[in-house]
Design a protein around this ligand. Structure first.
Ligand SMILES: *Cc1c(COP(=O)(O)O)cnc(C)c1O
Length: 379
């Protein structure tokens, strides 16, 4: 294969990462926590403003796990989770020995359906247990229906964990995703909007909660000179080196979001003249998506054998990565025995949907190659 692979989503390097890493090395801060960690947190707090407290961790998954711990989720509790998501949204429920309850998507945002959510809560209460938390996801960077979902959550007084792993830079009614729930979480994995190689953040609205999060993330050390522990501890803090990468990346956050919007317009242009394909777009202006990944729905055409899998193979042949949408959690072997509420919308999306290369590092040459394959495929 002589053509260089085009990946689904890679972050661009800014060139500033080295400065911070170098400083960490020179000052021998090569551990978890440290000056880069604190500076990265304060940069993020500044980005979120209005009283957000940010704890940076070694992954977005750890952030979700800590959110559940801080909300007091214990064995046999029930936790509601959007079914259409990456498994990292749901796995931490099992870490706590709790039981996931999966909720279908709605078709405007592909995120948690407020109606199915309420039906599920009522039914769970009737069956004897009120869910302890709701994990709602801004999938592919598109905000879920925050007002509607939080209205349901408030009615039953259930806290929301906002999985904003894919939505740094997205907004709902002008307010940043990650700042609506009792907790917001971010991911800085290599494929996200900005990266620390691997890493994540927990966003809360109080200093005490942040201190509590750091306590759990650094092995739950009691106040004593000898190491003493009265609670389970975790090794979840971000390293000073990774935070250095994050500080460098932070400088190009706005530019990355801009290049995502440019990528989106590129696809919009291609698909405007192709029937049977729908490029996902936000359905009204309250929802601003960073379009972390551009996604399409293809109506399978049996006579011409055009469907999401045959397009994926055509792209793959030219060394271009694409991937079906997240397979819903209630269809996953690990989760299929848990309750699910909905109308099979997520299932339908999974059947028809494909994610297209959307990295902030896509070049014009990359785009030409992608466009050629797509146009030839639909000719
Ligand atoms: C990436 C991702 C996570 C987990 O983040 P990690 O940093 O990889 O642990 C959680 N939820 C969603 C929706 C994600 O895309």
């Amino acid at each position: 294969m002589d053509k260089k692979r085009i990946y689904l989503s890679l972050s661009k390097q800014t060139g500033f990462e080295n400065e911070y890493i170098q400083k960490a090395l020179e000052t021998s801060w090569i551990t978890s926590g440290g000056p880069n960690v604190e500076e990265f947190e304060s940069k993020l707090e500044n980005y979120y403003k209005n009283d957000s407290f940010v704890t940076v961790l070694n992954s977005g998954t750890s952030a979700i796990h800590l959110a559940l711990i801080l909300l007091g989720v214990k064995a046999d509790d029930e936790v509601i989770c959007q079914t259409m998501t990456f498994s990292a949204s749901a796995n931490p429920i099992l870490y706590q020995g709790a039981k996931p309850i999966f909720i279908d998507s709605e078709s405007d945002t592909w995120n948690i359906c407020p109606e199915s959510l309420e039906i599920a809560i009522k039914d769970r209460i009737e069956k004897g247990k009120k869910p302890k938390a709701i994990i709602a996801v801004h999938l592919y960077g598109t905000p879920y229906k925050v007002d509607e979902v939080h209205a349901v959550a408030d009615r039953y007084e259930i806290p929301v964990i906002e999985d904003s792993a894919e939505a740094l830079g997205s907004t709902y009614k002008g307010k940043k995703c990650g700042s609506f729930g009792s907790f917001g979480i971010l991911s800085f994995n290599g494929n996200k909007i900005i990266t620390t190689s691997c890493g994540g953040a927990l966003i809360s609205n109080s200093k005490e909660i942040k201190e509590r999060a750091i306590f759990y993330a650094t092995q739950s050390k009691d106040k004593a000179v000898h190491f003493q522990h009265s609670e389970i501890g975790y090794n979840y803090r971000m390293s000073n080196i990774c935070a250095g990468v994050g500080l460098g990346q932070m400088r190009s956050l706005e530019a990355n979001i801009e290049s995502k919007v440019i990528n989106h317009n590129f696809y919009k242009n291609i698909f405007s003249s192709i029937d049977n394909v729908e490029l996902f777009e936000v359905f009204n202006e309250d929802h601003f998506s960073n379009y972390w990944l551009n996604t399409i729905l293809i109506d399978p055409d049996i006579t011409s054998n055009r469907n999401r899998e045959s397009l994926r193979l055509a792209l793959e042949k030219e060394n271009i990565e694409s991937r079906p949408l997240w397979k819903p959690m209630h269809l996953q072997p690990i989760f299929e025995t848990y309750p699910y509420y909905g109308n099979k919308i997520a299932e339908d999306l999974f059947e028809k949907g494909l994610c297209l290369p959307s990295g902030s590092n896509l070049t014009n040459e990359n785009k030409n190659r992608i466009e050629e394959v797509i146009n030839a495929f639909f000719k």
